[in-house]
Design a protein. Sequence first.
Length: 355
Amino acid sequence: MDNLLDKLRDIEIRYQELEGQLSDPQVVSKQGLYQKFAKEHADLSELVEIIRKYEKVRNRIEEYQGFLKETDEELKAIVKEEMPQLQQEKIDLEEKIRVLLLPTDPNDDKNVFLEIRAGTGGDEAGLFVGDLFRMYARYAEAQGWRVEVVSSSPAGGMGGFKEIIAQIDGKGAYSRLKYESGVHRVQRVPVTEAQGRIHTSAVTVAIMAEVEDVELNIDQNELRIDVYRSTGHGGQSVNTTDSAVRITHLPTGLVVTCQDEKSQLKNKVKAMKVLRARLLDAMVQKQNAQQAQARKSQVGTGDRSERIRTYNFPQGRITDHRINMTRYDLDSFINGNIGAMIDALSAHYQAESLK
């Protein structure tokens, strides 16, 4: 507890220092420095507010403990009646402080790339890629985020996609969606199934934080860039110029294509953004795998091969296997009402971190 109190005092001192710096004309005149201090000040505000409440409650408890040594029986009776509530308030505030002191994910406030790929299941998997994309797009729109398709690869004549990549821009997009990465399994009767048998298909979802140029420098000599003519559904020409772009990262073999824009330059910019996100994501996955091996646990590794959720249409059921949570509102869920599941996942991983 002493260590915690020392840390809390240090945070309050730093907060007061920042308040002084933000009113210093020399700092105000340097835009970059001012913004840096303003962000740190804003990030600490909630924690400092709770620390101050906590200090008031601790002082009140100490004061009440002093009253218990008095001879006034009426005063002691009042103190004994109010003390349990104060003790509980102290415990609740300590828990909030511990949560706020957890290391934050530096990517939490970033925009994301959503990548959905068909796995086993043929046409049915391709259709489910489309279903999941609409689910995430509707959820994003409800949050006030912007959704833009970066590239898509149609699947067969049934509709759906072999793969679709979209950029989702909005505050906190990564923090809300990061636990969606993994294998999503669907169980339902395909429209082509005459016997009414239930088929099981799988789709892979990857949530990747958008990466700025300065965060991940890519050597241009390690890239092979090919341009070709865009094609649309059914193979018809979208335009008559070589505007589609394929970028291959030679050291890793990662390939990104983009053809949704009519401008070759715009397609190249989009493809580079996706490549940066994939490269950083690959680094994070490798790090997660090493950490998981070190602690001999696969809980919350975000492994792409990990089956995380099953959507059972005949039963109207969704089950998230990581937290053993089952819901029976599949129609609503697949229409974008996924907030309750995301809240439960966030709470679970927060509790794991506190352990």
